[in-house]
Design a protein around this ligand. Structure first.
Ligand code: 2M8
Length: 447
């Protein structure tokens, strides 16, 4: 196992932490995939599985491959990879909205199992490229198997989801940063309807504190948006024209571009032409800069297509384009300044990880999901971006923060950036997986 490091988080037993993380991933494995959490999220989630595969790759590369293949088995005929692949052995009402809400089986080209109908950020090619490497001699066969799924996933984004040059999301859950304050304005333009709770019951509040989860008003808007998309037959022409929520998110698009770079790597690993992927990555990167960069705010902003404006909130999503190697130098410098400045405080005494939202905004809430806490996936993405641009000291500081947060509070879902307290669910899979990834990166640097 590659989890011993000499990173300067002195006094912390990295081996013990690494073993605890492995244990969580083993306990959360349910036969063909890993649940994010046995209580709050009892099915397979799309981008969670990609992060989980990154961790599994270090001690069980074949299981990492199985994790991704299991998700790809839930891909729809149009290429979309749904945000949840439901485990048929789990009761319909264990999670809301469950299979009977989404009704994926009524759609042409549906996969053999029940799924949701929305998507999540496309991080799967990045995970797949890492697993190809982790598998060694078996990597080539795995690359051959996963390449068509990943190409279809990105063709779906390009063909069915673009608005202008970038991909749009049609529900806050598609961003993965579901409750982000950036979605307040576009989401609040959607009518809330508490009477929906006469028909539907939230299950998240059985497992997590209400003060750490979205409000009922916002949850009713989530339900309304999902119902409308479902009732259109998950029709992307309809939703781009009439859907009440249509947002172009910088993190989603940056991850799409990065996934094209990962596809180029996978293509090269089995002697395919990678030029189309490289050109697509360059195209998306240029479009991000043209349409979502804000010089005055010092980071990338999301764009609300319905109100036709950039959303001013500074969130971690606006920093994630750092992972793109062809980002212009002045933009990289400005992002690093924003990262280390008052809004995110990265690298400062008293701040751990990358806060998901601007520390100086009155809506910053260090305990409520995606409205301030540091999460390990977004912190790892920003650390990876810093490393891409040679900012190794700050990248290592973020890796150390990941280790310190877990040492202090355990493998929680998210963390208060200022006190380090853990929040959300416990034994959370991507926290475990990314801890393993970060420990391995630390040992690679040390070695
Ligand atoms: C959270 O989202 C789900 C809905 O997809 C929920 O709140 O019930 C988000 O943090 C999302 O990014 C994550 O993939 C999911 C499972 O960990 O939980």
């Amino acid at each position: 196992m590659v989890i011993t490091t000499t990173t300067p988080t002195s006094g912390i037993d990295h081996d013990r932490l690494g073993r605890a993380a492995v244990r969580v991933l083993i306990e959360n494995w349910h036969g063909h995939a890993t649940v994010p959490s046995r209580s709050l999220y009892p099915h397979q989630w799309s981008w969670d599985s990609a992060f989980i595969a990154l961790g599994l790759k270090h001690f069980a590369p074949r299981r990492a491959a199985a994790e991704l293949l299991s998700l790809f088995g839930a891909q729809w005929g149009d290429g979309r990879i749904p945000h949840i692949a439901f485990n048929p052995a789990v009761a319909d009402d264990a999670y809301f909205p469950g299979p009977s809400f989404w009704r994926s089986g009524e759609i042409d080209g549906h996969p053999p199992i029940d799924t949701s109908g929305i998507i999540q950020p496309p991080v799967h090619a990045i995970a797949a490229a890492a697993v190809v490497q982790g598998l060694g001699a078996e990597g080539r066969g795995f690359a051959d198997r996963v390449y068509p799924y990943l190409v279809a996933q990105n063709s779906y984004l390009r063909g069915r989801r673009t608005v202008g040059e970038l991909a749009a999301v049609v529900h806050p859950w598609e961003t993965g940063l579901d409750n982000s304050p950036a979605w307040d304005a576009p989401l609040h333009a959607v009518p809330s309807d508490l009477s929906l709770f006469q028909t539907y019951t939230r299950r998240d509040l059985d497992h997590a504190r209400a003060s750490e989860r979205p409000t009922n008003e916002d949850y009713s808007r989530y339900i309304r948006l999902a119902l409308a998309y479902r009732d259109s037959g998950y029709d992307d022409d309809w939703v781009r024209q009439h859907g009440e929520f249509l947002v172009v998110d910088p993190a989603f698009n940056a991850l799409w571009a990065w996934s094209e770079l990962a596809l180029a790597e996978i293509a090269q690993s089995h002697d395919r032409d990678s030029r189309g992927h490289l050109a697509e990555a360059a195209r998306i990167t240029a479009a991000l800069v043209d349409h979502l960069w804000s010089e005055s705010r010092g980071l990338f902003l999301a764009r609300d297509e319905r109100s036709d404006r950039l959303l001013p909130e500074r969130t971690v999503a606006g920093l994630i384009p750092l992972i793109l190697p062809r980002l212009p130098g002045p933009i990289v410098s400005a992002l690093c300044e924003t990262l280390a400045g008052d809004c995110f405080g990265v690298g400062r005494e008293g701040v751990r990880g990358v806060p998901s939202f601007d520390l100086t905004d009155p809506r910053y809430d260090p305990q409520r999901y995606w409205r301030g806490p540091s999460w390990l996936n977004t912190t790892w993405l920003v650390a990876s971006g810093l490393a891409v641009h040679g900012k190794e000291a700050l990248a290592q500081r973020l890796r150390d923060d990941v280790v310190a947060l877990v040492a202090n509070a355990g493998l929680r879902e998210y963390f208060n950036p200022q006190t380090g307290a853990g929040h959300g669910t416990t034994n959370f899979s991507w926290s475990a997986a990314l801890l393993i990834q970060v420990l391995a990166e630390g040992s690679m640097d040390a070695g």
